[in-house]
Design a protein. Sequence first.
Length: 245
Amino acid sequence: MSGHSKWSTIKHKKGKADAKRGQIFTKLAKYIAVAAREGGSDPDMNAKLKEAVAKAKAANMPNDNIDRAIKKGAGELQGDTYEEIIYEGYGPGGVAVIVEALTDNKNRTAGDVRHAFDKNGGNLGTSGCVSFIFTKKGQILIETSDGIDEDTLMMAALEAGAEDFEASEDGFEITTEPEQFGQVCDALKEQGYELISAEIAMIASTDANLETAEDIKKMNRMIDMFDDNEDVQAVWHNWTGEDDE
């Protein structure tokens, strides 16, 4: 997601997350468990787990839930085994879409993902068909408020290891390399900043627009279908039109 759309997207997601907090925590627990299983239970020695924990904390997931998910991934507690799968395809109007999933049943998840594409004027593509236009970055969003001085926040972010800082009417976007994401989040929170969103994002290098109300409706419905799927961890796309929904 890129351009102005990130703010409307985040607000849309936040409203859904508040209504479905239990489902969000379930998805995050899967993500944490897989990261711990693949790279060990120490976040300082496992970059993927550190990213997962930072994302969970940004969503206000309780520490007990985080610890339990790590223990399940490390085999200290019984839990299901999930496999990470990346799907690529095209939404209505040729919008590039990446779907990240964690599943214990590949056939079920593949069928659900394909159905969401097909039902909304898109199609599931082959591996690599759209990923070349996306770059993985840490993305931190902080809303504008009277108590935030732009220069002070920018210096705090850059000194913590941020790569870039951008201010807009809605707020401040801080970009990091994935490896520095966790430390920048921790530094900003320690200084009292509230992160409206913090995640490892797939940032598109090109934007796509939708020309018709019908395509916009289909794209929004497709995103909602993915968000409501318990196997889907994240959806990335290069459509800039959420403000038009």
